[in-house]
Write a protein that binds this ligand. Sequence first.
Ligand SMILES: O=C(O)CCC(=O)C(=O)O
Length: 240
Amino acid sequence: MNTIKNEFLTNGYTKIDQLFDSTEAGELLAIYNSLLNDKEKTTHLRSDLAGLENDTKPIERITQIMRPSLVKPKMLNHIAYKKALHYAKKLLGDDMELDFDMLINKAPHTNTPTPWHQDAAYWINLPDKRAVSCWIALDNVYENNGCMWFLPVTDQQILEHTNLPNGGALYCDVDTTNAIPVPLHIGECTFHDGFTLHYSRGNTTNSQRRALILNFRPKEMIKLERSQGLDHTGARKQRS
Ligand SMILES: O=C(O)CCC(=O)C(=O)O
């Protein structure tokens, strides 16, 4: 655990081996797929990180569903949530709690990168800035279907971000010479800090690239966020 923590504190991210077995992966995927397929029940939490191209192309390229456990509360009992919380506490302290979860799926042959950004740009400015996201692979992920890439730095500065057109993701211009791809098997995950720059390439393969992301921060900061109206279900924009 010490190696993992040192890696996280030095580079701003770390990789963790298998969080669950194939049966448990199957259980999570069954819920995940039902959410992806049920546009009606998820419509208020759902958007395309790629932004809407135009009205004649309503195909989702990067589907993001915020707070999926609000629609399927049984997700919260899955071992993925328990294990990720365990690691989050080891990395950043015992007061870590789940702030929000989200699904991000890259549909086959959509070839649309998630642009370079820092998660903290999406969040309000909190006095205690500790925050960690656990990115869990629900397919084997590699460069051509959109595994995560990280820039190993932990500078707690938030860079200037811009929205992709039509409500898409935030992005910032950075030198990515030292970026590192992190391929994962199903059930493996990475943990990245809120300030860590990350990105993924587009999916050029025949199958989906499904990921579940769990974000943790101090209990008191979650309370503060909620008191200021931020529950991670609203519009995508730079807040910090
Ligand atoms: O899954 C992706 O392509 C991007 C994920 C991401 O930006 C995040 O987990 O913060």
